[in-house]
Design a protein around this ligand. Sequence first.
Ligand code: NAP
Ligand code: MG
Length: 452
Amino acid sequence: MHDVINPATEEVIATVRPTSAEETDEAIVRAHEAWPSWRSVAPGERATLLRRFSDVVRDHAEELAQLEVANAGHTIGNARWEANNVANVLAYYAGAPERLFGRQIPVPGGIDMTFQEPIGVVGIIVPWNFPMPIAGWGFAPALAAGCTVVLKPAEVTPLTAIRLGELALEAGIPEHVLSILPGKGSVVGQRFVEHPLVRKIVFTGSTEVGEQIMAGAARQVKRVTLELGGKSANIVFADADLEKAAAAAPYGVFDNAGQDCCARSRILVQRSALDRFMELFEAAVAGVRVEDPTLETSEMGPLITRSHFETVAGFVPDDAPVAFRGTCPTGPGYWFPPTVLSPVAPGDRSFREEIFGPVVSVTSFEDEDEAIRLANATDFGLSGSIWTRDIGRGLRVSRGVETGTLSVNSHSSVRYWTPFGGFKKSGLGRELGPDALDAFTETKNVFINTED
Ligand code: NAP
Ligand code: MG
């Protein structure tokens, strides 16, 4: 049995029985058996079921949010957004079954057409940092495309996924179409990779495990979508609205206690504006409310586990160049204060490695070229922000930075209408937006001879 712990209190809040390898195989077979009838549900009816699923999730958004606050230490404000994000993503992809068009292509001698065929059983492996949205970004388009799904939540944060599985049944999604299998990555996740009836893996998590999954999937030429780590840059030019840029900067990196693959964990500031920016940024960091995540005012909660706390703390040794820190509660819970390191050189560990905690490195640059070069001096390429009043510069730098999702004069990364995913070691493929359906379908071409 696995004890589920509240990271803000260190109390055990639930006990979950991990799924065994044999049970995982059985669930995969059930999902495979459920596939033919799910894929043949008429498009309009599949759309109705997904809309109903969306409505049921929205009706339970508060319950789901409270569960996430207790399980993952997310602030109640964030957790409500996350639960509603699942409902929104389901509603968005409910529009897909009726619009999953093929093409008719002019060819000599007959008629040529294409079909978008569902890929089969999809295995979704979810991390602990955003348990609800990341699950929804996988299962909503997969179900819409006519695939069936087996989903493994992170061992430490299984509760909302288990509840979403129950709500799917309540909404009328047939049994074995969406199965939630809590358990270990090395058991359940590993079976998804090895079992030949799983035709596609959607994995979000560390680059290290992502590489293993890609290598394992290669043996069966199994399709993969990978959302991995990040080391995104927040680039602040001297011509920006510095007050706004500094006020927003904490939320670009400390949201979810920095446990966000899109965290802007490197702030690059044009040298002529550095002193002024740091002055404003210090005040902004001091104002971040790190407190009991159940409070409506809370802006940041604890880290997820004791061991993750130790990892993050390892990036701030006694001789670290701490410029300033915010505050956090003392007592039980894995609390880590917002921490700003400066100056940090591009070769330093805290500049290169994903910390996945509330620790940000500040580095200065001279001009646009150097800003782009520093932003790209990483193996990752997921997200990033550019602050400038010059729209031409905003576009030039956006084109120059090698990442999948950029934002000018804001820190938004995830909008469910638009594609999300990484360059370089940040991943492979795109989730959300109109592109996601491609990840769950194969294009089939059919030619009909009309001449003889
Ligand atoms: P992780 O090991 O990559 O875990 C992510 C998911 O993969 C979990 O569900 C995990 O299961 C599963 N998994 C682990 N090993 C597996 C395997 N061999 N085969 C199949 N599935 C497997 O991430 P982590 O250990 O939780 O976090 C480590 C670091 O990864 C973080 O500090 C952060 O830098 C990065 N990370 C990035 C993201 C992101 O959004 N890109 C998310 C989470 C973590 P278990 O629950 O059993 O571990
Ligand atoms: Mg791990």
